[in-house]
Structures are given as structure tokens and as C-alpha cells.
Design a protein around this ligand. Structure first.
Ligand SMILES: [Mg+2]
Length: 396
């Protein structure tokens, strides 16, 4: 089998990759909805993979893997990797998890991820209110993650939150030392959420990036008695093109609260210091940023050897990304906790794919399906009308 074409279309907001072969089998990959600008970067790799056998996934990946980088620039390579596995599974007539070593679990746990409710305000009552809604949502989440601190609008919305200058905009532009008032506000909001969730539902907190080391240690110690599932990306994280493993290690060593990072990190090599020095307790790569599902599995296995847990990121990965997360999570070792659940957005995404169970999530779990490849496919006749004019040849 040979690859004859590599295509990319932005469907809704998600870039979708299609790898076309000479045997009538095609493979799909999808990356985060926040990255519609990626299309030309996907096409950059076309000449490097056309003519090669897509079922020799690793051999094809060796041609392109070194030409990616930290989030968002590893997404194109990641989407191609997932499309190759999709083809390999379809060609062999088996679900992708079989090719990754086989199923370790029949159901995979997920946490809320893209299931969110609008925060009425940044008060403890506001946070309690969205926790009540989240706890009542039909997916029955047993673990809920909420953004606080620099991974929220607290720097702009809470008066005198920190000592730095406040910057507006996306992708976490603020960083600095918290005021005592700001710090106490964060703690009050966490306590309010725990009051709602009790010990029935776990609470993880996405915190940054942007915290200083002393505040990070203060926070981690202050919530030790609240049994928080993890504190995510305190120092580096989302859209930080480096890791700072030694800084994370100082924080992790100082507390019993689990420390988590990794969603922006590209390739196993960039996880090496984090894992080998036990700089965090949990790693959370995104298959759509790390370089693909086999790359994520490699990191999960290596983390497990070092007593580090795995909770993959995935909030914006869309429904094809969801399929990839299910396939790889089925095959991860016992250090697997849960992955961050992506949804179809806009909701017509649910009409243009087949293969998903209904409902998808029950009691916080997704049953692993057995269809060949990733098991979720675009339906060309239904997806066509959502293609932009420049992408009308996507299914040709
Ligand atoms: Mg995060």
C-alpha cells in the first residue's frame, strides 16, 4: 500500500487530516479546534510521506517527526500519525488498540474536559454553582477539572489579584506573585468547589502557567487536606515552549498534593528530564500535540517505570481526536487515570461521523469499541456541506 495524497480541511474549527492511499483505504486525524491556522503546516509534510507505505507507521514517522515542535507546532505531525494508525487498523481489520499492544481495559475513564458551564462570576459562590451543574451532568463524571488562578480570568477579574501587570487576551499572558488577598481568594474558591463535590467526585485544578515557585508551594500545601486530584501547569504548560523540570521538582518534593504538567510538550525526548527526575507526579500529554498516540503510549510506559501517573489532555481534540484518545487509553498501563473528554463543536459534528456509541459517556466511562482503525469515520455525504469552498475537494 502506498500513500498517494495528504489533505487537510478545517471543518468547523478543527483541522482534519486525510491520508489517501492507492488501495481505497483512507485515514483521518484531527487536531484542536483552537488551531484552524494549521492547514498549511499539515501540507508541508505531504512530499515527505507520499509514496510510502502508511502501515509502516514508524518508518513514515521517522521521515517527519523531527520537523515538529511544542504546541501548537507538533499538531500537524500528530494528526498525520493518527491517520496512519487509522489506515493500519483498517488494513489489518482490527481496532488500533490491537496494534498498540492490545486492550488493557474494556472501558476508559474520562473527566469533564470540554463539558463546561459558564462561570457566573469569579466568586466562591460562582465556582460552587458550576460544580453543582457539572456534578449533575448526565456523563456522571467521577473526576472534574476546573481552571483557577492564571488558568482563568482571575488576574483580570479579581481586584488586586497579583503584583504583576495585567495583560488581556488568550493563552495565559499573566504571570507573577499573588497578593495575600488573591491567594486567599483562590483557596476560598477551591474550598467552595470541594464543599459541593465532597468525596464523591474528584477535583483537579488547572492552575497556570504563571505561578511563582513560592506561591505554587504555598498553594499545594494549603490544599493538602482537600485531597485534590492534581494541580496542573503551575509553572509551565499550555503554550510554553519549554519544560523547567528542575523547577517542578522543587514544588513536587515539597508537598503531598499531586503535581501535573505536559499538555504542550512534543515528543518523548522532551519528557525525559521530567520523568527521570520524578519532577511531577502526573504527566498529561495530548495525543494531538505530543506527536501522536504511539508517542503518548511510549511516555505513559516510561512514566509508569518511574512511579508517575498518566492523565492525557484532549479538551479541543474533537470527535476524531476522541476516537484516538479511546484507542490509546485502552492500551495504556495501570498508571492511567482518565483522559480529558472532547466534544463535537459545533454540535452538527455528531451528525457527520459514524461509530460513536450513544450515549458516549456513562458513569464517567466510555466503552472501548471494536471497529477497525480508530472506529470513528467522517461520512463524506454528510460532512461535505460543512466544507469551506477551498476544501470542496477534500473527499475526492
Ligand atoms: Mg491544562
Amino acid at each position: 500500500m502506498k500513500i498517494v495524497d495528504l489533505k487537510c480541511a478545517v471543518i468547523g474549527e478543527n483541522p482534519v487530516v486525510r491520508v489517501v492511499t492507492d488501495e481505497g483505504i483512507d485515514g483521518y486525524g484531527e487536531v484542536e479546534s483552537y488551531k484552524p491556522y494549521l492547514k498549511p503546516y499539515v501540507l508541508f509534510y505531504k512530499d515527505m510521506i507520499v509514496g510510502h507505505d502508511p502501515t509502516d507507521v514508524e518508518r513514515v514517522m521517522n521521515r517527519i517527526r523531527r520537523m515538529g515542535s511544542f504546541k501548537p507546532w507538533g499538531s500537524a505531525v500528530s494528526a498525520i500519525e493518527m491517520a496512519l494508525w487509522d489506515i493500519a487498523g483498517k488494513a489489518a481489520g482490527v481496532p488500533v488498540y490491537k496494534l498498540l499492544g492490545g486492550k488493557v481495559r474494556d472501558k476508559v475513564r474520562v473527566y469533564n474536559g470540554a463539558v463546561r458551564f459558564k462561570l457566573p462570576d469569579y466568586s466562591p459562590d460562582g465556582f460552587a454553582e458550576i460544580m453543582r451543574k457539572m456534578k449533575a451532568s448526565p456523563e456522571g463524571f467521577t473526576l472534574i477539572k476546573q481552571g483557577i488562578g492564571f488558568h482563568s480570568n482571575m488576574p483580570e477579574r479579581v481586584p488586586d489579584f497579583f503584583f504583576g501587570d495585567t495583560h488581556q487576551g488568550f493563552r495565559h499572558p499573566n504571570r507573577g506573585l499573588l497578593t495575600e488577598k488573591g491567594f486567599k481568594h483562590v483557596i476560598a474558591c477551591i474550598e467552595a468547589m470541594k464543599d459541593v463535590l465532597g468525596d464523591e467526585v474528584g477535583l483537579a485544578l488547572d492552575c497556570g502557567p504563571g505561578w511563582t515557585v513560592p506561591d505554587a508551594i504555598r498553594l499545594a500545601k494549603a490544599v493538602e487536606h482537600l485531597h485534590i486530584a492534581w494541580l496542573e501547569d503551575l509553572i509551565t504548560g499550555d503554550y510554553t515552549p519549554y519544560v523547567l523540570a528542575d523547577v517542578y521538582r522543587d514544588i513536587t518534593r515539597s508537598t503531598s498534593t499531586p503535581i501535573h504538567t505536559g499538555e504542550q510538550i512534543y515528543l518523548r525526548h522532551s519528557f525525559r528530564e521530567l520523568i527521570e527526575t520524578n519532577a511531577v507526579n502526573i504527566v498529561g500529554p495530548d495525543p494531538c500535540d505530543i506527536g501522536g498516540i504511539a508517542e503518548l503510549k511510549w511516555v505513559a510506559e516510561y512514566a509508569d517505570l518511574h512511579g508517575i501517573l498518566m492523565a492525557p489532555h484532549g479538551t479541543g481534540d474533537g470527535l476524531l481526536g476522541l476516537a484516538a484518545l479511546v484507542q490509546v487509553s485502552a492500551a495504556l498501563p495501570e498508571n492511567y487515570i482518565a483522559f480529558e473528554y472532547p466534544i463535537g463543536d459545533p454540535s452538527w459534528w455528531y451528525d457527520i461521523v459514524d461509530g460513536l456509541p450513544n450515549p458516549i459517556v456513562q458513569n464517567s466511562m466510555i466503552e472501548v469499541w471494536d471497529r477497525p482503525g480508530m472506529g470513528v469515520n467522517l461520512i463524506p455525504e454528510k460532512a461535505f456541506k460543512y466544507l469551506k469552498d477551498e476544501d470542496k475537494d477534500f473527499f475526492d
